[in-house]
Structure formats: structure tokens, C-alpha cells
Design a protein around this ligand. Structure first.
Ligand code: AN0
Ligand code: CP
Length: 317
């Protein structure tokens, strides 16, 4: 594997989940694979889970890991070619990327959508420059349009907890005070569309996501109806995608918050969220603290999804 940015990079998805579950049984089975290999993790945005789980995954494989927080101690990077650099940006990304590539064997990148220019975000301008100019395998640790490590961990979690051959999985929009990226819901849809699940998306009108990820999945605007008999409830906020509201908050309607009453509509369904989550905005204390909440187990599987990707990249070096 040379890049990991979407579900297609995994090839056979069932096989990938199987491989991940094998790794989970003995995560130190490949501890020599990464010997003398260096993982560089570059963060343009904050992180708790991605940073810790991906570093742990690298360590399980015997890799050395370096973490760079661009906004804490690195030079401010210019990303536009042709700019006269007389402002506050000290270094151009076109030098910085190959330099970073020269110190490592694999690069993980976190670079959220900036919501300044839809085309820049949806062409993955930053991620694609890393792929093009670093000379190294690159994987997304949440880029502008996707968070495939999260969606892969989500799928592994669903596989572990499902009680039916083809469970009903409902992704529901929920309110949040700040404009959040579409990366997590995009990738979740991308993966669920390829998985053996009955996938339904529910959100207020105006929150339609990019068809490239939704790919004709069922949309039900009535949240309660969508939640009926669900086996998994996947809550997430995102800002509007469609023009002219790209990147904007259209609603903070707390009638969309996941509470006990809504969970009672499901088939004793599990509650999932990628975290970090704002309690009593996205989900009530009661639901997230209930036995049906598997958010911590889901986060723990981030180590497994990251390790599967790193293992495949190391095998291909
Ligand atoms: C980010 C998001 O919604 O994409 C990261 C989630 C993994 N969340 C926040 O910025 C709060
Ligand atoms: N779920 C997730 O990616 O969390 P972090 O933003 O804390 O890495």
C-alpha cells in the first residue's frame, strides 16, 4: 500500500477487516517489521486519539515515530505557489514536504478542511502535495474530505458488535456550536457503502453531503423514523457542504441530540461517535454512559486500524 486516503485503497474490505482482527489478537506479531523504519506524523490540527493510537500502532510494529505539530514550534507554512512571501509565512510547503520526507519512511498527515475555498478542500490540496512531493507513502490522519482511519476503526467495531448478518447502521447529524469538517461523515459513508450493512443517513435539510461519498445511500430526513430498529447509531456533526452555505452552521437544533428516548426506538442499538464529543449537544450523559455506548471500544480500535495500514505500507516499502 502506497497511499491510504479512502476505502478503495484497502482493496477487498472483508479481507482488510479480517487482517485487522488478526492483528488485534496479537498486536506484537510483526514487531520486527518496522525495525529501523521511521514514521513521521504531521499535524496541522489538534488530536488526542489519532496521535496516541497511530504512534502506538507504529511502536507495536517496532517503528520509530516522530511527531511534528506544525502550529507549535514549526515555521508557518505557505501553501500557495507563486505568492510573494513578504507576510507572516516563513517557509514554503514545497520545500518543507520533501525535507520532511527525507527524514522518514512513512508519513501520516492531519490537515483539516479550512472552509475558505471549497475547491481547495475537496481537491485535497495539502494531502495531495504530500503524496506528490514527499517521495514516501502517505496516509490520511484526517484530511480535508476524509478520515479513513476512523471509518476503518468504526467498521472493525461494527463487525465485533453486530448481532445480525446485515445490521442497520444509521448515521445521524447532531448539533454542535462550531462548524466541524465533513471528513468523518464522508469517510463513514464511503466505508458503509462498501460494507454488508443497511445504511441510512439522517440530517436536517441543507446538510446533504458530497454525492461522491454518499453514493445514493438512503437519506431519511425524519430522524426518529431513521432510528427505528437501528443496530448502530453513529452520531456526528458537520457543517453544510452544499453551495452557497459551504462550511456554515445552518442549525443548532437540540431536538437532534441523541437521548434515551431516541435510543429506545432502536433495536437495543449501540451508540457510536468518533470522539471528541460534546455531551448534551450531540448525545446526552445518560446515553453515552449507558452500556449501549461503545465509544471507548471504538476509539481503542483506532490502534488496530492504524496498525493494519502501517503493516501494509511497511510490507510494500
Ligand atoms: C474533528 C471533526 O469533527 O472532524 C475531529 C474528529 C475526529 N472534531 C473537532 O474538531 C471537534
Ligand atoms: N477521532 C479522532 O480522530 O480523534 P482525535 O481528533 O482526538 O485524533
Amino acid at each position: 500500500m502506497r497511499t491510504f486516503t479512502n476505502v478503495k485503497d484497502l482493496g477487498d474490505l472483508n479481507q482488510a477487516v479480517k487482517e485487522a482482527l488478526e492483528i488485534k489478537k496479537n498486536r506484537f506479531a510483526y514487531k520486527n517489521l518496522g525495525e529501523n523504519k521511521t514514521l513521521l506524523m504531521v499535524f496541522f490540527n489538534s488530536s488526542l486519539r489519532t496521535r496516541l493510537s497511530t504512534q502506538k500502532a507504529g511502536m507495536n510494529l517496532g517503528m520509530n515515530t516522530i511527531v511534528l505539530d506544525i502550529n507549535q514550534g514549526a515555521w508557518k507554512l505557505e501553501t500557495e505557489r507563486g505568492v510573494i512571501m513578504d507576510g507572516d509565512k516563513t517557509e514554503h510547503i514545497l520545500e518543507a514536504i520533501p525535507v520532511m520526507g527525507s527524514y522518514c519512511d512513512i508519513i501520516g498527515l492531519r490537515a483539516f478542511a479550512k472552509y475558505e475555498n471549497k475547491e481547495d478542500d475537496y481537491t485535497e490540496k495539502i494531502l495531495n502535495q504530500f503524496i506528490k512531493y514527499s517521495g514516501k507513502p502517505v496516509f490520511s490522519m484526517e484530511a480535508a474530505t476524509g478520515h479513513p482511519l476512523q471509518a476503518f476503526a468504526d467498521l472493525i467495531t461494527i463487525e465485533e458488535y453486530k448481532k445480525k448478518e446485515r445490521p442497520k447502521v444509521v448515521m445521524t447529524w447532531a448539533p454542535h456550536p462550531k462548524a466541524l469538517p465533513q471528513a468523518v461523515p464522508n469517510s463513514f459513508a464511503d466505508f458503509m457503502n462498501e460494507a454488508n450493512v443497511d445504511f441510512v443517513i439522517t440530517h436536517p435539510k441543507g446538510y446533504e453531503l458530497d454525492e461522491k461519498f454518499v453514493r445514493g445511500a438512503k437519506i431519511e430526513y425524519d430522524q426518529k423514523k431513521a432510528l427505528e430498529k437501528a443496530d448502530f447509531v453513529y452520531a456526528k456533526n458537520w457543517a453544510a457542504y452544499t453551495d452557497p452555505n459551504y462550511g456554515q452552521i445552518l442549525s443548532k437544533d437540540r431536538s437532534w441530540t441523541i437521548n434515551t428516548e431516541k435510543m429506545s426506538l432502536t433495536d437495543n442499538g449501540y451508540f457510536m461517535h468518533c470522539l471528541p464529543v460534546r455531551r448534551n449537544m450531540i448525545v446526552t450523559d445518560e446515553v453515552i454512559e449507558s452500556p449501549q455506548s461503545i465509544v471507548v471500544q471504538e476509539a481503542a480500535n483506532r490502534e488496530i486500524s492504524a496498525q493494519t495500514i502501517l503493516k501494509r505500507m511497511l510490507e510494500n516499502l
